[in-house]
Design a protein around this ligand. Structure first.
Ligand SMILES: NC(=O)c1ccc[n+]([C@@H]2O[C@H](COP(=O)([O-])OP(=O)(O)OC[C@H]3O[C@@H](n4cnc5c(N)ncnc54)[C@H](OP(=O)(O)O)[C@@H]3O)[C@@H](O)[C@H]2O)c1
Length: 334
């Protein structure tokens, strides 16, 4: 292997594929002369999926991650064949149709991915006696409680995405005893599309950004959520099946979240200071209605699994730093 003085080689040669490094050098490039340890890298594409794949290595789990292209969870035969051949100890479903506004018009697709997919997974898990961790959302609630939602509060989704996820929860409960339904909220991270990256992109294009200030919730770092998932995975033997909430600690609104993003950017030494203006949801109409208050109470997951939540501002600083320090910032912004 020859490396010129200016070369940047980012690939980590462990036994797991690191999607974060895939742009460093070409995967499996025979010219580099490395004995590539993994023959067929499996990637998982979503925000949470990628964090799980990154962290699994640290938790010493052998993970098989699948991108949408590699595994469509709505295809029963494909799910069945992968489970039959790989016989996993646990399945974590991080796949979902998450485009909340688009779901209003792509109703069939949203229900296929968010309800029928989990049903197929749950039935397959039941047949092979495998536990399932199904990720769900604060948007199963209508937001009128005006206090933190606990797991036993009745669901009443007000948009198609929330309805499809709520039905996804229900089919998992119906078909599989060994399940964990983990609801989270306002997810963001270094990968995929999310509010933090939208704000960073807008700040590069505009001097002033309007952000709604009358919807309240709890921002959650995908990396923190992945950690919670692995903690639960390590404690499944306790048999604490059921529904749990996990989100960042503290309640905010999208406007304050945006302000905190730019504060974290400035603290990282970057100059990005757009004017952020608070607006009401009425002045920013969207296809899907959103709950005005969807904060989740996370006491149950703390009591059963010892998982404490982290202040959302602290996690935000870590994620912003991670995004800004990435050599492939522009790629991450896509
Ligand atoms: N994002 C949030 O703010 C938020 C908030 C609360 C809860 N959650 C929940 O948290 C979980 C993870 O969300 P996320 O933000 O990581 O989502 P994400 O970034 O949108 O990733 C979802 C992944 O699922 C894939 N997918 C879609 N349809 C699929 C199918 N039929 N088969 C297999 N894969 C499929 C998507 O691929 P394509 O992109 O190719 O379609 C994408 O890679 C989801 O259950 C979500 O409902 C998210």
């Amino acid at each position: 292997m020859k490396v010129i003085p200016t070369a940047l080689v980012l690939y980590k040669c462990t036994e797991f594929y690191h999607p974060e490094d895939e742009k460093g050098i070409l995967w499996c490039d025979p010219g580099i002369g490395i004995n590539w340890p993994v023959k067929n890298p499996h990637l998982s594409d979503g925000q949470l999926g990628r964090e799980l794949m990154n962290q699994g290595f640290r938790w010493k789990h052998h993970l098989l991650g699948f991108s949408h292209k590699e595994l469509d969870i709505t295809r029963h035969s494909r799910v069945e064949s992968i489970v039959k051949t790989s016989r996993p100890d646990l399945i974590i479903n991080a796949a979902a149709f998450t485009r909340v506004d688009e779901a209003e018009t792509e109703v069939d697709l949203a229900f296929r991915v968010n309800r029928d997919g989990p049903e197929i997974l749950a039935k397959t898990c039941s047949y092979y006696d495998i536990p399932l961790i199904q990720i769900s959302t604060d948007y199963v609630f209508d937001g009128v409680k005006n206090a933190e939602y606990v797991e036993t509060d009745p669901v009443n989704p007000i948009n198609v995405y929330g309805k499809s996820k709520s039905e996804g929860e229900q089919v998992v409960r119906t078909h599989l005893k060994q399940h964990i339904i983990l609801r989270t909220s306002w997810l963001y991270g270094a990968y995929g599309n999310n509010f933090v990256k939208t704000m960073l992109r807008l700040a590069r294009e505009k001097q002033s950004i309007s952000v709604v200030a009358d919807q309240h919730g709890c921002p959650t770092s995908a990396a923190d959520l992945a950690e919670a998932v692995f903690t639960i995975a390590g404690l499944l033997k306790k048999g604490f099946w059921g529904t749990y909430h996990y989100c960042g600690k503290g309640i905010t609104n999208w406007f304050c979240f945006a302000e905190a993003i730019f504060k974290a950017v400035r603290e990282s030494g970057e100059k990005l200071s757009p004017q952020v203006r608070p607006v009401s949801s009425d002045s920013y109409p969207t296809k899907a209605r959103r709950p005005v208050y969807s904060a989740l109470n996370c006491e149950r997951i703390r009591a059963r699994f010892g998982i404490s939540t982290k202040p959302w501002q602290e996690s935000l600083k870590i994620v912003v730093k991670r995004i800004l320090s990435c050599h492939f910032f522009d790629d991450l912004m896509k």
